[in-house]
Design a protein around this ligand. Structure first.
Ligand code: HEC
Ligand code: HEC
Ligand code: HEC
Ligand code: HEC
Ligand code: HEC
Ligand code: HEC
Ligand code: HEC
Ligand code: HEC
Length: 485
């Protein structure tokens, strides 16, 4: 619809007319309250937005309004048939003019190589600008195209940091959306758009937008905050957290903190024999089985038998707030990056690497899972969707025997794949020299060789029906040659 407005502006200009002033009215009374001193522009800039109702170019808008009034069967302003016919003809002419504008030829002067002005006919490409969705803020537009620094919108710390976490738990954080002033220089039009019940752009930060309800969503950095009164908005994150594990293995392990607030109590709870201590500071077992009698996440059907059903203690958590990071990364300690240097930790994710995930959405429905954390983590599994951290001997193993964290680039998932050979570990475990030694990998590969339709279900949820990757058989140790006696 926007090209429509600009096309109209162009036809206005060609007729040598300025855009006409419109009645000054505050189109968004709420906003006037929120931002006193702000005014709707007195003149509608040429080529401005149609927002639901045709108010873009002033003339077109006035015309439509007059036409509407005429068509109303209101006795006071009832139009005669001739008036009505004249209006229709005028309207149709304008519409035709609008439709033809993009096809017309513009003339422009360019300098030829000899330095003479020549006239060139340039065909104007039909302006097919897709409608911008102002309900979906994108950092790619603002950080990528507009080259805006994070601080132009995100102020650190936000005014409300002492309110979101109480007492001891409070720390200087970014806990609120950017202010209106961060947007208005470029989006006056969208902020004052005639859209009901509120302009679309408001919904990026506000829950509803009525004079009664001016509340905002819970700012997403507050993953650790539970506030029943505040709603969370679900947005697909555009950023990944770049966390260099290798640089933290030593520092996070120490049992103390740079500041008084001790975020590392968890470390002291660790069994001394279990290296490295640092991992559980940030990754705890989610929904541990503990002493609970029920081992499944949701009630399993009685007829389950040996079939798969998700168990508790499958996933590890990942940090969901700034609490741990800002203990060390803050202005006081001087450890780079500083809390306000958002871009060092938050990096725009590249295009989807097209990695296969060992997950199927239908499982969530089948198992009646409603937990957003589980859905989020499970749908990101790229190695083994059925792997359970609390399963079998897994809790006794060093995290590093399966996760090569030094090689991680946390914004590139493929670098975080768990190599299949780790399923064999030092003791063979799931990968043994022969099938008879009991390795499940050996068994499943043998079954697959006998029957191409065999589905491998021990470690996989959906990948097990695909072709066997070469690294699986390659992980089987070649039996040592029999000794000659
Ligand atoms: C033009 C203003 C603007 C700029 C510049 C900006 N942001 Fe934002 N940011 C927002 C708004 C508005 C939201 C809330 C809407 C949303 O969640 O998409 C947001 C949300 C976020 C979120 C949570 C949602 C997500 O996609 O993960 C993160 C993280 C974030 N910003 C980080 C950054 C970083 C890092 C930079 C600098 C590289 C930055 N922002 C620059 C306005 C901005
Ligand atoms: C320096 C100018 C500038 C600032 C400041 C700015 N924007 Fe934008 N924004 C743009 C441009 C350019 C576009 C591309 C679409 C268009 O032309 O309207 C855009 C597009 C958008 C869109 C459509 C989806 C998208 O991101 O592509 C939304 C929503 C939006 N902006 C919200 C905001 C909000 C909220 C703020 C303040 C926190 C803000 N913008 C600050 C220039 C800006
Ligand atoms: C980029 C995020 C963002 C967008 C987009 C946004 N707001 Fe806000 N709004 C805020 C923040 C943050 C505050 C709180 C400001 C403060 O308390 O200093 C606020 C406060 C308000 C208030 C309350 C002011 C007061 O003093 O109580 C109103 C009303 C309001 N906004 C209306 C709107 C309307 C209408 C729109 C859309 C046209 C809109 N906002 C768009 C972030 C946003
Ligand atoms: C100070 C906090 C911190 C510590 C300590 C830490 N990590 Fe991480 N870890 C992170 C963050 C942040 C990410 C990135 C999460 C994301 O994808 O947003 C991550 C990602 C991971 C992932 C990948 C998760 C995925 O998306 O698949 C694994 C596996 C992992 N860490 C294992 C470990 C292990 C093993 C240790 C101990 C050696 C460890 N981490 C120590 C913060 C930490
Ligand atoms: C026996 C091997 C093994 C051990 C030991 C192990 N993990 Fe994992 N871990 C995995 C596998 C397999 C995945 C799933 C990876 C995937 O599919 O993306 C995983 C995933 C993760 C994830 C991502 C979230 C999730 O659960 O999907 C984190 C974080 C993680 N592990 C941390 C740890 C920490 C911390 C330890 C030590 C306390 C540890 N792991 C021990 C094999 C292991
Ligand atoms: C116990 C203190 C501590 C905690 C907690 C901590 N860091 Fe660090 N971080 C450091 C230190 C010290 C360095 C510098 C290491 C070096 O340069 O070798 C560092 C370095 C970094 C760097 C690299 C900076 C560079 O210039 O390359 C990033 C990024 C980073 N940390 C992110 C994080 C994130 C994200 C978290 C939270 C998930 C976190 N850190 C938690 C102490 C900490
Ligand atoms: C030291 C590293 C670090 C710095 C600096 C940092 N963050 Fe974060 N941020 C994190 C980690 C770790 C998380 C939790 C992981 C996650 O939610 O993806 C997080 C989460 C967030 C989230 C929630 C993201 C989501 O998708 O739910 C927002 C929003 C956010 N940060 C904004 C900011 C802004 C704005 C700044 C700059 C003022 C900033 N952060 C500075 C590490 C950092
Ligand atoms: C003991 C656990 C285990 C068993 C048994 C197992 N896998 Fe895997 N599989 C993994 C792990 C770990 C990965 C991720 C690392 C990798 O790609 O090598 C993986 C990856 C895969 C992938 C993804 C490869 C890619 O490039 O994306 C496919 C497909 C797959 N397995 C099929 C099978 C089939 C078919 C069988 C049965 C013959 C099988 N797996 C048996 C653990 C197992």
């Amino acid at each position: 619809m926007r090209w429509f407005g600009s096309a109209l502006a162009r036809s206005n200009e060609s007729a040598g007319r300025e855009s006409e002033p419109v009645r000054e009215e505050c189109r968004s009374p709420m906003l006037a309250k929120a931002a006193p001193g702000l005014r709707t522009p007195k003149t509608v800039p040429p080529g401005f937005y149609f927002s639901g109702s045709p108010v873009g170019g002033p003339e077109f808008g006035i015309l439509i309004e007059r036409y509407r009034r005429l068509m109303r069967t209101n006795p006071v302003s009832r139009a005669t048939d001739r008036e009505r016919a004249r209006m229709i003809v005028t309207l149709l002419t304008m519409v035709a003019a609008l439709l033809l504008t993009p096809l017309s030829f513009g003339r422009s002067f360019v300098w030829s190589e000899q330095g003479k002005a020549v006239t060139r006919r340039t065909k104007m490409a039909p302006a097919k600008v897709p409608r911008v969705d102002y309900a979906k803020f994108s950092h790619r537009t603002h950080v990528g195209n507009q080259k805006l620094a994070c601080v132009t919108c995100h102020q650190f710390p936000s005014k409300n940091w002492k309110d979101v976490r109480k007492g001891e738990a409070a720390f200087a954080d970014i806990a609120e959306f950017p202010d209106h002033s961060a947007c208005l220089s470029c989006h006056r039009g969208q902020f004052f758009a005639r859209e009901r019940p509120a302009p679309a752009i408001c919904s990026n930060c506000h829950v509803a937008n009525s004079p009664r309800n001016t509340s905002r969503w819970l700012f997403p950095s507050l993953g650790d905050v539970t506030d029943p009164a505040a709603q969370r908005r679900s947005v697909v994150p555009e950023f990944g957290v770049a966390f260099p594990h290798d640089k933290h293995l030593e520092v996070v392990g120490f049992n103390g903190s740079v500041r008084e607030r001790n975020a590392f109590v968890l470390v002291s709870l660790q069994k001394p024999a279990e290296p490295p201590k640092s991992c559980p500071v940030c990754h705890a077992t989610y929904q541990p089985q503990g002493k609970s009698g029920e081992e499944y996440v949701t009630p399993a059907p009685k007829t389950l038998g040996d079939n798969f059903w998700l168990k508790k203690g499958t996933f590890k958590t990942i940090p969901n707030s700034h609490a741990v990071c800002f203990t060390c990364h803050n202005a006081e300690s001087g450890i780079a990056p500083d809390a306000k240097d958002c871009h060092v930790c938050h990096q725009l994710l590249g295009p989807d690497a097209g990695l296969k995930t060992d997950f199927a959405a239908r499982l969530i429905a089948e198992m009646g899972i409603t937990d957003a954390f589980i859905v989020g983590r499970w749908s990101k599994r790229i190695s083994a969707g059925a792997f359970r951290h609390e399963g079998g001997a897994h809790p006794d193993l060093n995290c590093l025997s399966c996760h090569d964290v030094a090689a991680f680039n946390t914004v590139d998932p493929k670098t975080m794949r768990v190599p299949v050979r780790t399923c064999g570990g030092a003791d063979g475990c799931h990968i043994t020299a022969t099938v008879d030694d009991g390795g499940i990998m050996n068994f499943e590969i043998a079954e697959r060789q006998k029957n191409p339709a065999f589905i491998c279900t021990k470690c996989h949820v959906v990948l097990g029906k695909e072709a066997l990757p070469a690294d699986h058989p390659a992980a089987i140790p070649t039996p040592a040659p029999k000794k000659q006696s």
